[in-house]
Design a binder for this molecule. Sequence first.
Ligand code: G3D
Ligand code: MG
Length: 288
Amino acid sequence: MGQGLNRALHFPGGVMPELHKSKVLLLGDGAVGKTSLIKRFVVDQFGDDYITTIGTKVTKKELTITDGGTTHLVALTIWDVLGQQGYSAVQTSAFQGARGVLLIYDVTRSETRESLERYWIPRVREVIGSVASIVAGNKVDLADDRAAAQEDLEHLAGKYAMPHFLTSAKTGEKVEEAFTKLGKAGIGAVEAPLEALGGSLVSARTDPLVAVADRVMMDFAREFGGIEGAMPIIKTQATKAGLDVRAPSKEAIRRFIDYLQEIERGFRPANTAAQNHSRRAAWLRDAS
Ligand code: G3D
Ligand code: MG
């Protein structure tokens, strides 16, 4: 209540603009700069010891956007989705309800750009269908040929008619602009359906242990009542188990399954927790 009043005072005539809630996704391969871009945008900082994002992380930020003379207040819920390919259950769940997608690659690693077309764009189309999408070629501060980087970006963006930016989470270049576009997607002001050509989903061979880790995470999230609330716990337990999301070992998954059971004993009857544990342990056995 008090917050609403404060907000209203910041707008001309004290008129409260319409509030739009919008879930947006940041997608792209590992280490392209998703977490760094969010950090730059939300707290205007770069660096620190950021660890590999496990599962998903959700950050909230409000934006005011002027479009056609109207001021909109957009409450963005930014989902930093596990960038590792193969975690399809976790990703499918995280994609639900998204109003906009920021597809990110690293301009110094062309394979991360190719992977947008080969993997991420087809995944988005498969799971959400047509959704406003924006593409960012990140780490432009490291590009030795800016013109070439711009050309590569335009080539990709042109195929799908996507708004596009060369960004740097390090210097802050175009970060605000890219997120503002995402905010506009939240008020329906960005048209960029990923309908155009190309990019049939090549079902990459998924590491069977990645598939098990993915399945266990999703199973726990379901048991817990949702991925958003479950993810911080999953992350803590995965870290404690020494689970490397890119190449999880059998032993780490076993520890992870054990730790999740300990957590579940706190909110589920012991026999349910035990059943969940044995179901997950069986998946691990079957995979190896
Ligand atoms: P991810 O969330 O997509 O996996 P991160 O990527 O945000 O964790 O970033 C991966 C690495 O790239 C980090 O380096 C980070 O500092 C660096 N990085 C991210 N964005 C930029 C950028 O715009 N410019 C430069 N120069 N580096 C960037 P470390 O060394 O911590 O792994
Ligand atoms: Mg990350």
